[in-house]
Design a binder for this molecule. Structure first.
Ligand SMILES: [Zn+2]
Length: 138
C-alpha cells in the first residue's frame, strides 16, 4: 500500500519534479498543471500528490479537497481566461477514457459560441509557458 508514489507513473514524476509541467496551482496535497493535449485553451489537470489510481480508491477527504480547488480554478478562469463555462470531470477506467492511472480531474474551460478558444489549440512550449504564467493561481 504505497500511496506516496509509483515510480512508473507519469503524474508521480511530475509531482517529484523529474518531468516538468506547466504549473497552475500547488498546495500540500495537490497540484494543477496544463494538459499537454488540451481540448480547449486552458484545459487543466488537477491531481493529488499521492498516488491513487482513480476516484474509486481515493479517500473522500481528498476528493472533496480537489473538487474545492477545481472550483477555485474554474472561478479564477472566468476572469483570467474569459471562460464562460466548464466541463469538470474525472474518467474512471480505460473504457471510460482514463489514460493515466493516477486520479485526476479535468477542468476544461469553454468560451462564447464562436470563439476559437473552444477548439483544440496547437501550442508551442513557449506558448504553453506564457499561458501558464498568465493564468497561474496563487
Ligand atoms: Zn501516480
Amino acid at each position: 500500500m504505497d500511496h506516496l508514489k509509483n515510480s512508473e507513473c507519469i503524474f508521480c514524476k511530475i509531482v517529484q519534479g523529474s518531468i516538468p509541467c506547466y504549473h497552475i496551482y500547488e498546495d500540500d496535497t495537490c497540484l494543477a498543471f496544463l494538459d499537454v493535449a488540451p481540448l480547449t485553451t486552458g484545459h487543466t489537470l488537477l491531481i493529488p500528490k499521492s498516488h491513487y489510481v482513480n476516484l474509486l480508491d481515493t479517500p473522500s477527504f481528498l476528493i472533496a479537497h480537489l473538487n474545492t480547488i477545481a472550483k477555485r480554478i474554474a472561478r479564477h478562469y472566468l476572469e483570467a481566461l474569459g471562460a464562460t463555462g466548464f466541463k469538470i470531470h474525472t474518467n474512471v477506467g480505460k473504457n471510460a477514457g482514463q489514460v493515466v492511472n493516477h486520479y485526476h480531474i479535468h477542468i476544461i474551460p469553454y468560451y462564447p459560441k464562436n470563439s476559437q478558444l473552444n477548439e483544440k489549440p496547437q501550442l508551442s512550449n513557449d506558448a504553453f509557458q506564457d499561458l501558464a504564467s498568465k493564468i497561474k493561481l496563487n
